[in-house]
Design a binder for this molecule. Structure first.
Ligand SMILES: [Zn+2]
Length: 882
């Protein structure tokens, strides 16, 4: 490859030779059988040198690419990915340079360069001059607009997963092609640029702009390349391991990134140690962008994470305690990707879960390490419920799945990939033990660093480290879909232990009669207060002798990915001990039994009996689970005020004493989780129309008339949420005026979403109309439509469909196939099923219609639950009206 013609080396960052793997060649791909490629394999990229000149105002850019290419078999043409790019010229440099004729294929997202004479195998350089579009949604090179202190501003960022690098440069845009990148960008005076690597040089140009060039990246896939250009602050810190970490914000906001910066500095050395590999880049930034996406919140670009402000910056006026915890967790997730995903990358999107399941699991682990008081390990149970929600229905798919189209790549970012992935890793780590698991991960990292893998590469390493077969178990949970069901039967306690029979079936929400798949299921069982026993249910059944005679808990500690169904006698024992069980078991039992009740495996009253035994001092995440059950019971009686009133009365009686104990206002020095719980209780009670909480929220809101800052603080969002959802027209207008006057994008975006959260249908219509104007901002509009859909799914879907082209333009490319069906999925009307069928037939291909089928399944499930479990639940609340 030719060297860059850059004038001065820029010493803005200390780059130690040891830390900078610059100049490393492309890694020849390890031959992995069965990895699809959408591009011909006659050639592969060796290195990219890309120069981008954005015209931010015109939302266009011009680009020059010089791509080192190795031709592997004689050919007359080269096909690369390109989307929405206009190619002006292309020349293949070599012993005898030749110009190409170019044909683009919009549907396949490719450009084919054809040459007059055949190209012999060997190394060449493909020079391409082209231009493209700056998007206003987060894909490819995109713009985010906001009000700065001195007027309207526009900053540029990139988002290339998945797969949108092809929107900024012609490329072999598939994860198995790892190459170094030399990226340069033209930066207007007064602005700065951020890339994966530190700046290597800059060249002043005659028009006053600056050509900024970043140091060469290590070999990496195209989807991890990043750049941002704008008026930025950058705050930095040196991690104890010697890597500089930074947070980049709009000018003036630097200090809002302090929490994330401290998290970065804390987590980086921990990961260096856990993975056994030092972070290989000279710096790690997290770049904050104002706005939002329907597809993602943050992205793990190597050395330059991108996050939307709402999950990166702390604004004391609005940031809740839960958001503070979330900022830490997101930071830990994106940083875990710097190893799992970036240093070692899945060979193809089939194994996306290797990235996402692992980063989710690692984030929870790291967060728990530094903040045990947040009890985030318990949040995995919430993740398990989300995964089961998607996995126990006909539309599910295995964790490792066949991916062929761009739509399928985007759709793979779901709760199966993230939360089931995390749940399965949790179970397997528990099965082999944390030390063996980590040893396997370290071996995997050491072997495949700067390379690509498939899922079995991980199992092989962990199996070797553990000296225990896990591949077969792992295959059961990753190569086949669905949720195991363990039925528990027990004989009377004898000689101090309980004989237990475990029978494996399958939990299904929409097809309970189906013949069950078989899994090898690692099971931990124990009696209340007794010693745990471990077994592997294999071949459908296992008999175990569990020490102790107390209440029997299967899946004790709740690390297993399955549902547990007890006999009524065993459930009676559990109810008797429920209040004193460990929080994980309390939460897991509540989730399992509610799910089993709604699916018809047992009475829905079992879970409510457990909920009723939840102690007043319950763990905050148990309260969270109970609150979500109460809200879903309330939703069940939509259109039945008496039914809703029964649930609301019970919820007030159960939850208000907890809120009274915490108080309505933050207390100095209180536990972080108490602050989170307070918000959760206020929100739930407010949602269910609790008179005291609603009146209090309105009283606080009234203070805004005289003091616009009266509500500022961690409860502002919570209080405004209650006021906005129950707003009358005058209150809504007041909120709207606030939104119009607000300058801070983070606060402003939140106010527009609040306007959309109204329960009043006429106001919801006004929110929808407002979403289609320029007022909320390009990336807030689709969020507003999505929020309207929580309360008014039919209205939101009909509106979006009536304005289909315009609404589609408000959603980023990766979300388009999910956005419309997602709006309808909360509906309870049979007519919506037909509308969705029609939508799928008209606008979706057979490969891309899964989101519509999921939404249809949810609606049918809701209609079924109302009919089957509804009466039992109504009876239960009638009997518990106190
Ligand atoms: Zn991720």
């Amino acid at each position: 490859m030719t060297k860059l013609l850059i004038s001065t080396a820029f010493a803005a960052f200390a780059v130690s030779a040891a830390a900078a793997p610059t100049g490393a060649p492309a890694v020849p791909p390890r031959p992995i059988a069965g990895i699809p490629t959408q591009l011909p394999r006659t050639a592969r990229p060796l290195a990219y040198r890309i120069e981008i000149a954005p015209d931010a105002k015109a939302l266009r850019f011009s680009g020059k690419a010089q791509i080192g290419v190795q031709v592997l078999a004689a050919t007359r043409s080269l096909t690369l990915n390109a989307a929405d790019l206009q190619i002006a010229s292309a020349t293949l440099q070599g012993p005898a340079p030749q110009n190409a004729t170019v044909a683009t294929d919009a549907a396949a997202q490719t450009a084919t360069f054809t040459f007059a004479r055949p190209i012999a195998p060997g190394n060449y350089r493909l020079d391409i001059a082209y231009s493209g579009k700056i998007n206003q949604q987060a894909s490819g090179l995109f713009a985010l607009d906001y009000q700065g202190a001195s007027g309207p501003k526009r900053a540029l960022y990139t988002q290339f997963e998945a797969p949108d690098a092809r929107r900024m440069f012609p490329s072999w845009d598939e994860p198995q092609f790892r190459t170094p990148y030399d990226l340069s960008v033209v930066v207007p005076a007064g602005q700065t640029a951020i890339g994966n690597m530190p700046e290597r040089g800059r060249q002043k140009r005659p028009d006053g702009t600056m050509l900024v060039t970043f140091a060469t990246t290590p070999p990496m896939p195209s989807y991890l390349l990043f750049m941002a250009v704008g008026e930025f602050d950058r705050i930095t810190k040196m991690a104890s391991s010697g890597t500089e970490v930074g947070v980049v914000t709009k000018a003036g906001d630097g200090e809002k990134g302090r929490l994330a910066l401290d998290a970065e500095a804390e987590i980086l050395p921990y990961y260096n140690d856990y993975f056994g590999q030092r972070f290989p880049l000279p710096k790690l930034d997290n770049v904050a962008g104002p706005g939002s996406s329907q597809f993602f919140g943050a992205m793990e670009n190597w050395g330059a994470i991108f996050s939307f402000e709402s999950i990166l910056l702390v604004d004391p006026a609005i940031t809740t305690e839960a958001t503070r915890q979330r900022i830490y967790g997101v930071e830990a997730h994106e940083m875990a990707h710097q190893w799992f995903g970036d240093l070692v990358t899945m060979a193809w999107w089939n194994d996306l879960w290797l990235n996402e399941g692992f980063a989710s699991w690692m984030s929870t682990k790291a967060t728990d390490h530094f903040h045990p008081e947040w009890q985030v390990l318990l949040s995995r149970l919430d993740g398990r419920e989300q995964a089961i929600g998607l996995d126990a229905v006909r539309t599910t798919h295995p964790i490792v799945q066949n991916i062929a189209t761009v739509d399928e790549i985007s759709q793979a970012f779901d709760a199966i990939t993230y939360q089931k992935g995390e749940a399965v890793i949790t179970m397997l780590e528990n099965y082999v033990g944390p030390d063996a698991w980590r040893a396997g991960v370290r071996d995997y990292m050491a072997t495949y660093r700067f390379g690509n893998t498939v899922t079995d590469d991980l199992w092989t390493k962990v199996e070797r480290a553990a000296g225990k077969p896990i591949t077969a178990i792992a295959h059961d949970f990753t190569l086949q879909p669905g949720v195991p069901l363990i039925r528990v039967a027990a004989a009377a306690c004898r000689g101090g232990s309980t004989p237990v029979t475990l029978t494996q079936g399958e939990f299904s929400r929409d097809n309970p009669g189906k013949s069950a798949l078989t899994w090898r299921v690692p099971v931990v069982a124990g009696t209340a207060g007794g010693v745990d026993t471990r077994s592997l249910v294999s071949g459908g059944q296992a008999s175990v002798s569990v020490p102790g005679c107390g209440a029997l808990i299967v899946n004790k500690g709740q690390s297993g990915y399955y549902r547990t169904l007890y006999t009524p006698a065993l459930l009676d024992r559990i109810k008797g001990s429920y209040a004193s069980l460990a929080p994980a078991d309390q939460i897991g039992l509540l989730g399992d039994n509610w799910g089993l009740g709604l699916a018809g495996y047992q009475s829905a009253s079992v879970a409510l009996d457990l909920l009723d035994r939840m102690p007043a001092q319950a763990n905050s995440q148990l309260v969270d689970r109970a609150a979500s059950i109460l809200r879903s019971a309330h939703d069940l009686y939509e259109g039945d005020p008496a039914g809703q009133a029964r649930v609301a009365r019970y919820a007030s009686a159960k939850l208000s004493p907890m809120l009274a104990r915490l108080g309505m206002d933050a207390r100095a020095g209180e536990a972080s989780n108490d602050a989170v719980l307070r918000s959760e209780l206020i929100t739930t009670l407010g949602d269910l129309g609790d008179p005291a909480v609603t009146a209090d929220a309105r009283r606080r809101f009234a203070a805004l008339r005289t003091d616009p800052n009266a509500l500022n603080g961690p409860l502002r969002t919570t209080i405004l949420g209650i006021v906005a959802s129950s707003a009358d027209a005058a209150t809504w207008d007041q909120l709207h005026a606030q939104a119009l006057a607000e300058k801070v994008p983070l606060v402003r975006g939140q106010l527009y979403r609040l306007l959309a959260s109204t329960r009043d249908e006429a106001l919801a219509r006004r929110a929808l109309a407002l979403a289609l104007t320029d007022e909320p901002g390009a990336t807030t509009s689709s969020a507003m439509i999505g929020v309207v859909a929580y309360e008014h799914p039919d209205l939101a879907f009909d509106f979006a469909l009536a304005n289909r082209v315009k609404v589609a333009g408000l959603v980023d490319a990766s979300s388009s196939s999910r956005f419309f069906p997602g709006l309808a999925s909360g509906s309870s009307t049979p007519a919506m099923v037909a509308k969705l069928q029609d939508y799928a037939t008209r606008y979706m291909t057979p490969q891309s219609r899964r989101p519509a089928d999921i939404a249809i399944g949810r609606i049918n499930d809701r209609l079924r639950v109302r009919k089957t479990a509804g009466p039992v639940i109504a009876q239960w609340f009638e009997a518990h009206k106190g």
